[in-house]
Design a binder for this molecule. Sequence first.
Ligand code: NAP
Length: 254
Amino acid sequence: MAGTLEGKVGLVTGAGSGIGRTTSLAMAREGAKVVVSDIDESGGRETVRLIEGAGGEAFFMKADVADPAQVEALVKAAVEKFGGLHLAVNNAGIGGEASTAGDYSIDGWRKVLSINLDGVFYSLKYEIGAMLESGGGSIVNISSILGLVAWPTASAYTSAKHGVVGLTQAAAVEYGEQGIRVNSINPGFIDTPLLRSAGIEPGGDIYNMIAGKHAMNRLGQPEEVSEAIVWLLSDAASFVTGIALPVDGGFTAQ
Ligand code: NAP
């Protein structure tokens, strides 16, 4: 049976770990050729190895999404390698420092905004041109439940992720008639290395407290987010654009 993304070329940022890796694998499983990009070269190359091991097609290119020149070169390379661009998952992101707004460092604020919001804008900006030339496409920006509600000690992250929702809606209304759909996915807490880097370990008090904030009383797995992303990328979601879709185990329903 043909996959839902057969014949499509897709680009994933932050694809060397977590949600970006499982999404790249799911896209390849559905038949897309995948351009795997990350600032972490070894993680990105491992994702390509996993895709190829499962019979898919992918190539890695290192790019820092906070640098517009690197993002422009990435999109150009994707088109040169695979002949077009139809799908993009703008996923690269960091958690950033944990402090209340009054104590948040200026450098810390700028770092989070430069990757989590500017990086999504640069990606989208260059992807749109390539998609228009490829006859249309579907973009999924990775926001967060913190693009819909707030979390204490995460003002920069919360602001950037709310910005991603606004940017998604803006691009959706601008490009709907030209065949480009733009949506965001807003995951709840997902068990990935991003949480480990914040010191959140399975079985720990913070982990259990966070689990309890979800109606399902657990964290999500990255594969559960990827399946929603693949649906939004596919033609099964052909009349869906401009939405912010929580994949959050009921976090925002409470
Ligand atoms: P992850 O496992 O840490 O993966 C993120 C990847 O992005 C890492 O490989 C990271 O490399 C890379 N990266 C960081 N800065 C980059 C840059 N400037 N340019 C290119 N790549 C960069 O995180 P994840 O949990 O899968 O998160 C993926 C996305 O989902 C993020 O946007 C995150 O905000 C969002 N999200 C996550 C959760 C969650 O609970 N995990 C919840 C909601 C939303 P390094 O490892 O070298 O930094």
